[in-house]
Ligand binder design. Structure first.
Ligand code: ADP
Length: 163
């Protein structure tokens, strides 16, 4: 049986924190599916196409990594992909509380799927996509926070309106 994990998120944009969790998971799983959730409730900052392009560029030489988009429940998507694991990163106690709720609800819905948490590397504990977006909005340089393949251009943004 192949060990397949789904790493769901918005990756708006992907940060070095996400990248590190994904790469570290390669020693635990045979196949890691990085899945961009298309959440209709949540407006994104960068176009979906752009987020996909970045993920493909970052993991282009990793045959064990698949990049996809999905909508609907993560557990339904996992079943469709035969994935028995959901991968998540933990930075803080706040992350833990948030993830505990989702993880335990997912467990009640589909008991066969386990959520696996990786503690983030200490240098990424304060790094979040939302802070990266704030820095971009205000014209700052985010190169040290995002993978090298992530080159930020204004036209990649959905709009300049703040939300
Ligand atoms: P959301 O679920 O809000 O879309 P993200 O797409 O930002 O969240 O994150 C997806 C996953 O990546 C979550 O498990 C989150 O905890 C994790 N993550 C986010 N930032 C980091 C980081 N700096 N280091 C490790 N894991 C992270």
């Amino acid at each position: 049986m192949q060990r397949i994990a789904v790493f769901p998120g918005s990756f708006d944009p992907i940060t070095r924190g996400h990248e590190s969790v994904i790469r570290r998971a390669l020693s635990l799983f045979d196949h890691v599916i990085v899945a961009i959730g298309e959440n209709s409730e949540k407006k994104s900052f960068f176009h979906l196409e752009q987020r996909l392009t970045w993920l493909h560029a970052i993991f282009t030489n990793e045959p064990k990594i698949e990049i996809v988009t999905f909508s609907g429940l993560t557990v339904d998507f996992c079943q469709k992909k035969n994935a028995a694991y959901i991968l998540r990163g933990l930075r803080t106690a706040a992350d833990f509380e948030f993830e505990r709720g989702i993880g335990q609800m997912n467990k009640l819905m589909v008991p066969g799927i386990e959520t696996v948490f990786l503690l983030c590397e200490p240098e990424y504990a304060s790094l979040s996509s939302s802070i990266v977006r704030d820095i971009i909005r205000n014209g700052g340089d985010v190169r040290q926070f995002v993978p090298e393949a992530v080159v930020i251009k204004n036209e990649y943004r959905i709009s300049n309106i703040e939300y």
